[in-house]
Design a protein around this ligand. Sequence first.
Ligand SMILES: [Mg+2]
Length: 351
Amino acid sequence: MSVRFVIFTDLDATLLDHRTYSFKPAKPVLEKVKKLKIPVVLCTSKTRAETEALTRELGLKHPFIVENGGAVFMPENYFPAAFFKKLGLKTVKNNGYRVVELGRPYRRLRQFFKLVRKNTSLPLIGFGDLTLDQVAALTGLGKKEAQRARLREYDEPFFLESSLLAKWLQTGKKNQALKRNEGTGSSRLKKNELISYKHWGPNDIRRVLRRIRQEASRYGLRITAGGRFYHLTGRNDKGQAVRLLCKLYRLKFGRIITIGLGDSANDWPLLEAVDYPVLVARPDGSHAKLPPGVKNIYKTRKPGPRGWAEAIKYFLSSFGISEGRAAISTVENKFKSAPNKKQKREKIKNL
Ligand SMILES: [Mg+2]
């Protein structure tokens, strides 16, 4: 008997370098994984257009998860239609893919975003407000890639613009905003909170985000932090999409072991959904702070794609993987005294 492996991976600052977007340092290990026929599922906040281009560049022909779990795209005949029926999954066919949509439509997200901005007068800027050149400048992407990044379907990336904030204070918009908010009572932000933004610091940002999050949850929406931007989405997340694909892979392969790699807060649900979570180091070698719930995680020493390669090499050799599978006996011997998942993780940390 054997067990198959499936890898779920974030892109930015994980498989791709945070600054250059290069996956070159991970390429030799990725090629090995491809030869072993281990599916590598991209799981990203990027759009379908961006991710599709990257799957081609990486030479991957597997499903991919876009816009923070907004949708799962699967090559049309990758899983038999009967699997979807069995799991009660509604799919739509789209340009050679079977798609499961988990997110809220982009136009709804924009409606909410504009409403919050209007009611709070906070300097919130979303992708939908930016020109192609601005997206390219902010992300460091080339024009072609930036154009793909603007084709949002299920996720609005946004940020709090501090230079705008300064302008907003200088021009007295603060007072107008206060008057408007006091008049309508529509803002959830209190007067003293607005004034305190003169001394904008991490705590203020946290407080503002907490408020926006409260608003979002009233509308059935969610805000998460990515490596570069905050993201406004529906209640979907990467973990939900990963779990869905795991069910399909179990029908396809039988027993599977999943490895998940990510670097920032929007990856927590992904890391919680896999057997072996990997937290990739940030460019400065530090690690994002973990929330409670994701324990016994493999933390890479190296950042970005070098960290990706480090972790995958470690797991390939630890499990003695050949031909994309390992004998169950090999895996079980490795974790002889670790009957449950938690203990397995502790064990692997000490290997
Ligand atoms: Mg990332």
